[in-house]
Design a binder for this molecule. Structure first.
Ligand SMILES: Nc1ncnc2c1ncn2[C@@H]1O[C@H](COP(=O)(O)OP(=O)(O)OP(=O)(O)O)[C@@H](O)[C@H]1O
Ligand SMILES: [Mg+2]
Length: 276
């Protein structure tokens, strides 16, 4: 294949419940809203929330007699092989196959990872062009990137997930001669800045420089990011085509989703902006 590979955006963090699936869903919606053909890969074979969102979307579209855009989706099961090394090879091969199939017809691919270290998750991180890591404003979440000094809140040595990304980047550089862009996005931000929030924010800013990630504006704590799940809709669907009855909260949520997508800095998006 010639030319630039299709962006592979891997949403990962070993911290459970940090907002990976929510962010992945909104990235798909935002990228599709920006006019890109989006592919999706669900690697969380136990929860399958990413897949369920799109199943719900298809069912709701049928019920409403409307056509909602749907990404081409792969839900990959972990290998059933018993020998660990063979299972890992099998997982890596099937992941690459899904990426190759989606690359043939998509402009961008979004991958939702489980909140645990799995062979499929490793394959995804090692092949990512961008890793997106949602993080709650909490030192409990921060602890997977680095521990902090209890008095000064200065970050200490990189912790488990930061090490994992470091290894993925190293492998990617050796195999593909390309860097992986790492974007940490804050999730469930509250509108009132607390002392804890400020400390987490300061520690993140310093750590970003030290271990090489970009900090992007993320999503605030909003009911709209979760209440539309049973219908498979996002705030972008609610606003689309409407000129009246749009609330301030919806406008603010749409701006956050667009900000998140813009933070990816995909060349595909700037081309579209230039053309439109
Ligand atoms: N910005 C937000 N505003 C409101 N609720 C949110 C937000 N982000 C996530 N949530 C809610 O927090 C919970 C965890 O989010 P989500 O399932 O996206 O996390 P996850 O990282 O994918 O979890 P897991 O590690 O279990 O896969 C869900 O109930 C989700 O609806
Ligand atoms: Mg999830």
């Amino acid at each position: 294949m010639t030319g630039r590979p299709v962006p592979l955006i891997v949403v990962g963090n070993e911290k459970g419940g940090s907002g990976k699936t929510t962010v992945a869903i909104h990235l798909v919606a935002g990228l599709a809203g920006a006019g890109l053909r989006v592919g999706a890969i669900d690697l969380d074979h136990r929860q399958r929330s990413f897949s369920h969102f799109f199943t719900n979307r298809a069912a709701w579209a049928e019920r409403q007699g409307r056509a909602f855009a749907l990404p081409k989706l792969f839900a990959i099961e972990p290998s059933a092989r018993e020998v660990r090394t063979l299972a890992e090879e099998d997982d890596a091969r099937r992941f690459a196959q899904a990426v190759a199939e989606l690359s043939a017809e998509c402009d961008a691919i979004v991958v939702d990872c489980p909140g645990a270290d799995t062979a499929l998750g490793r394959a995804a991180h090692g092949n990512a062009s961008t890793i997106v890591t949602p993080l709650n404003d909490s030192f409990v979440d921060f602890d997977l990137l680095a521990g902090v000094d209890p008095e000064t809140f200065e970050a200490k040595a990189p912790a488990i997930y930061a090490e994992f990304v470091w290894e993925s980047r190293k492998r990617h550089m050796i195999e593909k001669r390309r860097t992986i862009d790492w974007l940490v996005v804050r999730n469930r931000m509250s509108s009132m800045e607390t002392r804890n929030q400020r400390r987490v924010s300061e520690a993140l800013t310093k750590l970003a420089q030290r271990i090489g990630f970009r900090l992007a504006p993320g999503l605030s704590e909003r009911v709209i990011y979760r209440e539309l799940f049973p219908k498979g809709l996002t705030v972008l669907d609610l606003i689309e085509g409407k000129s009246r009855g749009i609330t301030m909260a919806q406008v603010a949520a749409r701006a956050e989703v667009r900000g998140l997508v813009a933070a990816l800095r995909l060349p595909q998006l700037s081309k579209l902006a230039a053309a439109g």
